[in-house]
Design a protein around this ligand. Structure first.
Ligand code: GLY
Length: 417
């Protein structure tokens, strides 16, 4: 019988490590899965050349279930809200488990504003959708917006005050998850997974680029945008995940300028989303482009220009601030913009990928859902709409209506982190 829930730790006589669970990918989704699985008593290992790296090093960390609501994504909304509700307890638990690391969770709320009549119409529609979904958001006129955030441009035409959309610092979140994993006994293999090992039509571990063979009773593929490229995974099991590039800037608010912004401020400017996320330590994150350019992570003059131009229209004073960093990362996009969670069609292989715009937000619920399915074999009810089989030809319960986002059907297998 398949020994779920055992607590073995070991190395075989051939030198291969063996674990109950092997997580391929040490970004925040892989790390939270490993931490939660280890806490449930499973002997867990993670393979990644740089645990805690990946998209979390670029992401702004908005927990924007309400302000990032999109038509056709109401099922995803339920998961997003469930995860947002877990954040305060999750952060407290992680602080303790990591030896006291703070992840910069800030219950600051968000203000989404309109700069012209088109933007205002767009925001009014979003407000109506939020109301239909029973979400809390309040319409403010331009003057009320500026009273809340005096640095806003005088031309702001109105906005939505959403006091429930908060933020966390993804870099600190990643560091705390690495520490919590280490303290929970998770074993890190710092290298690239090259191939999934399949034995008698069951996932049985992974082969690393350096020749190391890792064996496990269950494998979780949590490699972000690279999840569709792992060698050895049957074509019909490979997740339909593609990279969606996001360029992000980091500015610094000098002490003399504080408080520059008191909450996250965002807008749609000429059809592009721009957001400014102010941290308590003076960092101001400005994001993000959304580009379908494959694996390209170049920071471009055009990307930086557009972000600064749009952010400047929103908050003219940003041009006074030091520009500290420019960076690009890859969101793991899926065909319906929702994650793939739980068992794949290959026995022993689970997926935790495709979180697209919501990886940071969905971290707590993903950890709990994945630990539960790894321990019990049952995918919790709230995660069933996100089971990977919704993309098989016989699937009957999609997570949301198909969107205009297209999928990548197959890519050549290469190593993943
Ligand atoms: N959720 C923010 C982004 O993906 O840019």
């Amino acid at each position: 019988m398949h020994p779920r829930g055992s607590t073995r730790t070991e190395s075989t006589r051939t030198g291969s490590a063996v674990s109950d669970v092997l997580v391929i990918g040490g970004g925040i989704i892989g790390l939270v899965t490993a931490w939660r699985a280890a806490r449930r008593g499973l002997c867990t290992a993670v393979v990644d050349p740089e645990p805690g790296g990946g998209a979390a090093q670029v992401a702004a960390g908005m927990l924007a279930a309400v302000t990032e609501l999109h038509y056709g994504e109401e099922t995803l909304l339920a998961l997003n809200l469930a995860s947002a509700r877990r954040y305060p307890d999750f952060v407290a638990e992680l602080r303790e488990a990591s030896g006291g690391l703070d992840v910069g969770y800030r219950a600051c709320g968000t203000l989404a504003v309109a700069l012209d009549a088109d933007d205002r119409a767009h925001l009014r529609e979003l407000h109506a959708l939020q109301s239909r979904c029973g979400l809390e958001s309040e319409w403010l006129n331009g003057r009320e917006c500026r009273r809340l955030e005096p640095m806003l441009a005088p031309g702001v035409r109105g906005g939505l005050r959403v006091d429930g959309d908060h933020q966390v610092d993804p870099r600190r979140l990643a560091a705390a998850l690495v520490a919590a994993c280490e303290r929970a006994g998770v074993v890190f293999h710092r290298g690239w997974a090259e191939r999934l090992t399949v034995v008698r039509e069951r996932a049985a571990g992974a082969a690393l680029q350096d020749g190391t063979e890792l064996a496990a009773d269950q494998v979780v593929l949590a490699a972000g945008s690279l999840s569709g490229r792992l060698g050895g995974v049957p074509d019909d099991v490979l997740p339909p995940v593609r990279p969606v590039k996001g360029q992000v800037l980091r500015l610094t608010v000098p002490r003399a300028y504080a408080p520059f912004l008191s909450r996250t401020v965002r807008a749609v400017v000429r059809g592009s989303h721009v957001y400014l996320v102010p941290r308590e330590n003076g960092e101001l994150v400005v994001g993000a482009t959304s580009e379908e350019l494959g694996w390209d992570t170049t920071v471009t003059a055009g990307g930086v220009y557009e972000l600064l131009r749009d952010a400047h229209e929103l908050v003219p004073g940003i041009t006074e601030l030091p520009l500290a960093e420019t960076r690009a990362g890859l969101r793991p996009g899926s065909p319906d913009n929702a994650p793939l969670l739980g068992p794949s069609a290959l026995p022993g292989l689970h997926l935790a990928t495709g979180h697209y715009r919501n990886g940071v937000l969905l971290t707590p619920v993903t950890g709990d859902v994945m630990a539960e399915v790894l321990v019990s074999g049952e995918l919790p009810e709230q995660a069933r709409p996100f089971a990977p089989d919704r993309f098989s030809t016989t699937a009957s319960s999609p997570a949301s209506a198909p969107s205009s986002v297209s999928s990548v059907s197959s890519v050549s297998p290469v190593g993943v982190s």
